[in-house]
Design a binder for this molecule. Structure first.
Ligand SMILES: NC(=O)c1ccc[n+]([C@@H]2O[C@H](COP(=O)([O-])OP(=O)(O)OC[C@H]3O[C@@H](n4cnc5c(N)ncnc54)[C@H](O)[C@@H]3O)[C@@H](O)[C@H]2O)c1
Length: 493
């Protein structure tokens, strides 16, 4: 997988900003055109949210971040890019003109996509010179965390355009859903709008408040939706008799006048006031940025839980992490490397589910971070997947010292000093610090045994690996011995 080298974004609001973050953190360079003089500040704030969320989400190293350039015209945004993603306001006239302008300025093979929530691509591309390369690619907010992107072609969209788009968005860790027929609102927004209409009626008729309606979703159906959706959930609800039984039992109710799907309540001042007031009450004085951080933290937790089960959006994440890990060329010791200091090979962020009842990272997480730092050291010594088929280092002893607390969201970095080695053994000393202020939080001294992974017995490391170990050990011999190295646990008297 590799993300596009450069993309052009038209519009840098909520969705354009989310796209900017998704592309930049996948390694693409991004050029944005947005007439709003505040655009650069807003983009920066969304990018900060995304960096924070992705640092928590995944331990797999992300590609080097792309560069962001804000430009003054649509034509400048599409210069030298592989994809143009339009996320301007949802007004058909504005979008048609903007897309036609971008299309005229872009090189002929550039893909052009609109983020529209529901406008049909045939109409949007009406004034475009080469509409065969145009499609709708409809994302979800926040674009940098949610994997779904609905792809919808118009009457003149070429099938290759859909295929190219499918590959391109997959390379960003997204899950494209190709809409089989051109239709207003595509699939997801038709479903969401049905629910939204019903919710407005419930408020209008005084049946439930905004907060109660949200509870009705988040305490039950919403939990199921994130891994099974509607159909698979209802199949289970049919019990042993399954889907046919479920349809027989609940199908007839669909004909009863329970919903007002076709009707929208009049958006009178009273209704609007009631909704705004109830919504303010729910927010309880929290700013949009605070709510966005809460939303992202919750999404990270749900995605990680689903990743462990390999279902739904978690399966998309797991697949993307495997691709990233496979294509990442791990850094192996090279000739010019500076070995005059301990090695800095690993960093991590304290995630919400690391924190225990004492309000700091659980002790097991320190070993996890040190274990990941040891893995980074092994990769640096040249132990890749091919090597591990025959040999690997196993940990045989660890001594952790907890010096200060690692707190939620702390960015941690580990440095590693090689203390000793022979053909089969390797002894290292890790130091874990908080990046923000350099405070030393914990240390770990570890002993590894090199093992033949076929017959599971100790065996000498390969000559190339030993040569690298020796180079590092000789350089590190000049460093002061860490104060805590070789310590036993004891109560000082
Ligand atoms: N908000 C959502 O949840 C969501 C989800 C999916 C898709 N969308 C779609 O994404 C698009 C953008 O929505 P949004 O929520 O980001 O709106 P927004 O108002 O946050 O952003 C729109 C941006 O476009 C800029 N803009 C105005 N005129 C422009 C022009 N001529 N050229 C370039 N930029 C221009 C505005 O300054 C603004 O920054 C819409 O088509 C919307 O339907 C929105």
């Amino acid at each position: 997988v590799s993300a596009p080298g450069a993309v052009g974004l038209l519009g840098g609001g909520v969705i354009g900003g989310g796209w900017a973050a998704r592309f930049l953190l996948a390694g693409s360079d991004v050029r944005v055109y947005d007439p709003d003089p505040e655009a650069e500040r807003k983009l920066g704030e969304i990018l900060e949210l995304a960096r924070r969320a992705l640092a928590q989400l995944s331990a797999v190293p992300l590609p080097r971040e792309g560069t962001l350039t804000v430009v003054g015209t649509a034509a400048a945004a599409v210069e030298g890019v592989e994809l143009v993603q339009e996320s301007a306001p949802e007004r058909a006239e504005l979008k048609r003109a903007l897309l036609a302008e971008a299309c005229a300025a872009a090189a002929p093979d550039v893909l052009i996509a609109s983020s529209t929530s529901g406008l049909r691509p045939t109409a949007l591309g009406a004034e475009m010179g080469r509409p065969e390369r145009f499609l709708v690619a409809h994302p979800f907010n926040p674009v940098y965390l949610l994997p779904l992107v609905e792809l919808c072609g118009g009457e003149r969209t070429a099938p290759e355009t859909i295929e190219r788009a499918r590959e391109l968005y997959s390379s960003l860790g997204m899950a494209p859903l190709v809409v089989r027929k051109e239709i207003d609102g595509f699939v997801a927004d038709r479903l969401l709008e049905a629910l939204w209409r019903e919710a407005l009626w419930l408020v209008n008729d005084g049946v439930a408040t905004a907060a109660e309606i949200d509870d009705a979703i988040r305490l039950a159906a919403g939990l199921r939706w994130s891994f099974m959706g509607t159909f698979l959930t209802y199949r289970i609800a049919g019990g042993e008799a399954g889907m046919r039984h479920f349809m027989a039992q609940f199908g007839p109710a669909l004909k009863w006048p329970w919903t007002k799907l076709m009707d929208v309540p009049d958006l009178t001042d009273e209704l609007l006031d009631a909704i705004v007031e109830q919504s303010d009450e729910q927010a309880g004085g929290r700013s949009v940025r605070e709510l966005e951080r809460l939303r992202d933290d919750c999404l990270v937790s749900v995605l990680q839980a689903l990743r462990a089960r390999d279902v739904g959006a978690g399966a998309v994440l797991a697949r993307h992490e495997r691709e990233l890990a496979g294509s990442a060329t791990a850094q192996v010791l090279a000739n010019g490397d500076d070995l005059s200091r301990p090695l800095a090979l690993h960093a991590a962020t304290v995630a919400a589910d690391w924190v225990d009842y004492n309000g700091h990272a659980h002790e097991s997480r320190y070993l996890q971070v040190f274990g990941d730092a040891s893995d980074a050291l092994f990769a640096y010594l040249g132990l890749d997947a091919e090597y591990r088929a025959a040999g690997s280092y196993f940990t045989v002893e660890s001594h952790l010292s907890h010096l200060r607390e690692a707190l939620l969201d702390d960015r941690l970095s580990v440095t590693t000093q090689v203390l000793d080695f022979d053909a089969r053994r390797l002894q290292v000393f890790h130091s874990l610090s908080r990046e923000a202020d350099g405070t030393l939080l914990a240390t770990a001294e570890q002993l590894f045994l090199h093992v033949d992974t076929v017959d599971r017995r100790a065996a000498p490391a390969a000559a190339a690996v030993l040569a690298r170990v020796q180079r590092i050990a000789e350089a590190h011999a000049a460093l002061p011995r860490p104060e805590r190295a070789g310590r036993a646990i004891a109560i000082p008297r």
